[in-house]
Design a protein around this ligand. Structure first.
Ligand SMILES: NC(=O)c1ccc[n+]([C@@H]2O[C@H](COP(=O)([O-])OP(=O)(O)OC[C@H]3O[C@@H](n4cnc5c(N)ncnc54)[C@H](O)[C@@H]3O)[C@@H](O)[C@H]2O)c1
Length: 319
């Protein structure tokens, strides 16, 4: 199959690209390298350095590569940035989606697989783990634009018969996640601890998230290439991990012995987020395979390798 992966130079999209190539598919990546990195690009994939907000360029890529399937991971993915610049967020996540859908319709693409989000879409709720049927209450322009993308995709299905699979991710973590960003706590804590710096937990460590390892997410994207379509699935683990547990697990993997700094809570942070994955289990036959401790160990091993390449003298030995 020919598959166009948007955002394939980014964290999750690059793992999805790797998985598709390993399965023997022909893959092209569309990415503007705004947060994506050239070193994440799989050399076996054709690369188009294109911005989704440019309709003619997007159309040209789809016309030239003729994908059967588009896997859409490109997005403005920062909640903070979406609050500061809601229009720029909407341009990437809504106008970009429309440009992609129009190109898909014109060139007869069969299916679009779309990476959406759980926590940012469901908002604050006591209904944990949260099922796909829960009302959507986005708390940020980012959550709103990702939800809007879902609705455009469903509308193109109703209008033109374009198939879709929507994935609402929990907190995805793993190698290649930006360790200098605002989100991605496993990567951030891991980098700081390897540098011997003290990480900050915002609050007392009781907030919870549902962490899913990136290769498990890539596997679901592989299952979505064929089989059931026109449906929405949570992808997570269905279990909650506290900030304190994240700190302790990353500390064990890095050998960091100090305590965290407990800082003030951040305005707008959800207290708890956890997704019900029954539907993905039953309909897709998908289940996460990598435990949190194992995923953290793999992520730390990657961060250690990266750090050793850059600053061989600054890294402590594994525990
Ligand atoms: N990381 C998570 O935990 C998580 C959770 C829920 C949903 N998601 C979704 O998964 C997707 C990938 O997220 P990620 O964490 O890998 O982020 P990322 O920033 O690493 O990847 C996004 C990629 O999209 C590219 N991009 C951004 N705007 C673009 C544009 N206008 N045109 C072309 N390329 C553009 C970036 O260069 C980058 O390579 C996003 O759609 C995000 O909303 C991520």
């Amino acid at each position: 199959m020919r598959i166009l992966v948007t955002g394939g130079a980014g964290f999750i999209g690059s793992h999805v690209t790797d998985r598709y190539l390993a399965l023997g598919h022909e893959v092209a990546v569309l990415d503007n390298l705004s947060t994506g990195k050239r070193e994440n690009l799989n050399p076996q994939a054709r690369f188009y350095e294109v911005d989704l907000t440019e309709p003619d360029c997007v159309r040209k890529v789809v016309q030239e590569f003729r994908p059967h399937i588009i896997n859409h991971h490109a997005a403005q993915a920062s909640v903070a940035l979406s609050v500061q610049q809601p229009l720029a967020d909407a341009e990437s996540n809504i106008s970009g989606m429309i440009n992609l859908l129009e190109a898909a319709r014109e060139k007869g693409v069969r299916r679009v697989i779309y990476s959406s989000t759980g926590g940012a879409i469901y908002g604050a709720t006591d209904h944990l783990p949260t099922p796909e049927t829960h009302p959507t209450n986005p708390l940020s322009p980012y959550g709103c634009s990702k939800l809007c993308g879902e609705e455009y995709l469903k509308t193109w299905h109703r209008l033109y018969g374009l198939q879709y699979v929507i994935f609402r991710y929990g907190n995805v973590y793993g190698p290649r996640q930006d360790a200098h960003g605002e989100a991605g706590v496993v990567a951030i804590f891991g980098r700081l601890m390897l540098e011997g710096k003290q990480p900050t937990i915002f609050g007392r460590g009781h907030k919870t998230r549902d962490y899913v390892y990136v290769c498990d997410v890539a596997e679901a994207n592989a299952l979505a290439l064929s089989g059931p379509a026109n449906d929405t699935f949570n992808l997570a683990t269905g279990s909650q991990t506290t900030d304190q547990q994240v700190f302790d697990t990353v500390a064990a993997a890095t050998g960091y012995a100090g305590p965290p700094i407990y800082g003030p809570e951040r305005l707008g942070d959800l207290q708890h987020s956890c997704l019900d994955i029954t539907k993905a289990r039953e309909i897709l036959g998908w289940a996460p395979q990598v435990s949190f401790a194992e995923g953290v160990a793999r992520t730390v091993a990657y961060l250690r390798e990266q750090a050793e390449e850059q600053h061989p003298e600054a890294i402590s030995d594994p525990p």
